[in-house]
Write a protein that binds this ligand. Structure first.
Ligand code: NI
Length: 172
């Protein structure tokens, strides 16, 4: 397989993973009211709302700005502000807009740049590592959001994925 195909396959997979996780977060947001969105299990633990703001900030800084070259407008401390209470619809729009910008950055990117060194948030890295780290960070917090949603909704929680074929049911 030529190098360009591998580069493109990696960028497509990264964008696909971001999209899949975003759909999972959106699936949770749909089931939560404004109170549940900002609920904290303990004062020093983040709410789902804060985690979504944190993901927007991180993806914006690392992919849209760091990889894509747009201005870095991140205000990291505000992502963890317990009083911020962005309305759910606005938060959802912010998440979707940021992820679309990131996906556009990845699809427009020249794959030969993947091994280029870069410095983001004070970390010396390269473009491929920056993308991989951002996607895995996004996925980790997505799982946290699902857990916090399930913890609040209990048996009312609607699963996003329900196995429907014998092959899916047998998967562990
Ligand atoms: Ni984080």
């Amino acid at each position: 397989m030529p190098a360009e195909s591998i580069e493109r396959a990696f960028l497509d997979a990264a964008a696909h993973r971001l999209e899949d996780s975003t759909v999972q977060i959106e699936h949770c947001l749909c089931q939560l009211d404004e109170e549940q969105l900002w609920w904290r299990a303990k004062p020093d633990l983040n709410s789902i709302g804060n985690l979504v703001l944190h993901l927007c900030g991180n993806v914006g800084q690392w992919i849209v700005s760091g990889v894509g070259g747009r201005a870095d407008v991140r205000n990291r401390p505000s992502e963890f502000d317990a009083d911020i209470r962005t309305p759910k619809a606005e938060l959802h729009t912010q998440l979707r807009t940021t992820v679309e910008q990131a996906k556009n950055t990845l699809s427009a990117m020249d794959g030969s740049r993947l091994t280029t060194d870069c410095r983001i948030q004070g970390f010396d890295t390269n473009v491929l590592s920056a993308i991989l780290d951002t996607v895995s960070h996004f996925q980790g917090h997505t799982q946290e959001i699902i857990l916090l949603t399930r913890r609040q909704l209990g048996p009312q929680y609607q699963f996003h994925f329900v196995p429907s074929t014998p092959e899916q049911v047998s998967a562990r």
